[in-house]
Design a protein around this ligand. Structure first.
Ligand SMILES: N[C@@H](CCC(=O)N[C@@H](CS)C(=O)NCC(=O)O)C(=O)O
Length: 219
């Protein structure tokens, strides 16, 4: 049975891993059986000599072990699951449609997530620098505006549900924990609400808690 290395919400200083939640949601979406291997961020991931480093030398989750294939990087795992057992539930078959899904999946990892992390670290700095926070906030909100524009008139990022929604939908709700006002992005808010209502997402406690932090905005 496929094994997923995951950091759960309970007991984790950051409320669990959004990146391993992506894989958990994908597995739930396709109804694949899997075994969760729970890790502690501080004890199993961070120490340079932790045994988990043999699975993922980066010391981060997620990683999977699928009958001997060890794979890390959440985007690569999502693509692998879509290719091996997702059917059309996670990824369209048409090459042009697939390219658009890849585009948004890549954008999450290379653009949206780094600007979110920049903002997070600017806000959490021991001596916060207001100019740095304002610049980081503008950069991140600019990206949320791009995502909102893409979602206008659509239920999901590429029209029908795909791994792009999973990757982006596990990251964007963190905005609520940072106290950001997403009301200027109504299509984004409606999409987050739509994702949270999908039965598969209920198992991802970390993401559901991020969404709950935005309840007043989500309505
Ligand atoms: N690019 C990686 C990032 C993975 C990552 O940063 N995971 C975080 C949790 S969301 C982690 O395991 N951090 C370990 C730590 O904080 O020590 C991916 O997408 O899989």
């Amino acid at each position: 049975m496929l094994e997923l290395y995951h950091i759960q919400r309970e007991g984790d200083p950051y409320g669990g891993s959004r990146n391993s939640s992506k894989v958990l949601i994908a597995l739930e979406e396709i109804g694949e059986k899997y075994k969760v291997k729970l890790l502690s961020r501080l004890e199993d991931c961070r120490p340079a000599d932790a045994p988990y480093r043999k699975i993922n030398p980066n010391g981060v989750v997620p990683a999977i072990n699928d009958d001997g294939l060890v794979l890390w990087e959440s985007g690569a795992i999502l693509r692998y699951l879509a290719d091996t057992r997702g059917g059309t539930a996670l990824m369209p078959t048409d090459a042009r449609q697939r390219a658009l899904v890849q585009q948004w999946l890549t954008w999450e990892g290379t653009t949206l997530n780094p600007t979110l992390l920049n903002l997070f670290f600017a806000m959490m700095a021991p001596t916060p620098d207001n100019d740095a926070i304002a610049a980081a906030k503008a950069a991140y909100l600019g990206n949320l505006a791009i995502l909102n524009a893409q979602l206008v008139g659509k239920d999901y990022v590429c029209g029908s549900f795909s791994i792009a929604d999973i990757a982006l939908g596990c990251v964007a709700p963190i905005s609520f924990n940072l106290g950001l006002d997403l009301k200027p992005y109504p299509a984004l808010l409606a999409w987050i609400k739509r994702l949270g209502a999908r039965p598969a997402w209920a198992k991802a406690e970390t993401v559901i808690a991020d969404m709950a932090a935005g309840q007043a905005q989500l309505g």
